[in-house]
Design a protein around this ligand. Sequence first.
Ligand code: PLP
Length: 226
Amino acid sequence: MTAASASAIAQRLNEIRPTIPPSVRLIAVSKQMPVEAIRSAYAAGVRDFGESRVQEAEEKQAQLRDLTDITWHLIGHLQSNKAAKALELFDYIHSVDSLKLAQRLDAIAKSLAVKPKILLQVKLRPDPNKFGWDPVELWTDLPVLDTLDHLDIQGLMVIAPYGLPEQETLALFVEARDLAATIQQHPWSRLTMQELSMGMSEDYLLAIQAGATMVRLGRTLFGERT
Ligand SMILES: *Cc1c(COP(=O)(O)O)cnc(C)c1O
């Protein structure tokens, strides 16, 4: 692991923070980074952390029990058989990417009498390696999603394809924002869609320009993953 030192992380945060408006939540993506890196970012004031894998998050959280005010975000694909564990470990699940998974989470949430905060992951460009609804599928599933009373559906999550030119990346983020607005305004929809989780190290400034409310920053904060 090539995690940056505590002082380097604090320094990077000092540089990144002025570029993020106070209304936008900075999520430090700590996947593949050691717990020391999480402690360093925490010491520098970060309280939102993103992890991609349930098991990795479980191991790290066990070592971070003393940091009681962290908000944990799951940002990676979730298998149905880990849905219950994910609800136990995470405050937000950004990566709800199918109706089947949403229904499973809803059923578990009902049995636990909880109402987890989730985002719907959308895929606005075809990409066989990425998860998420394409907009046509999402419109098909929305009436059912709208009835899942045990989920607090807060908005959309989107990942821009790697290497997309800047103008196209911006256009994609604007599309995500417009999709969220269209869903919210739809006559039958009870969904509020106030959150837009979009933007990573390479493209978060474009995402903020397009209206992101959460940016997910890994490498620019912690250094390269191995
Ligand atoms: C890894 C990851 C990030 C962080 O990416 P960086 O390029 O390191 O900032 C953000 N979002 C998701 C969904 C990821 O998997």
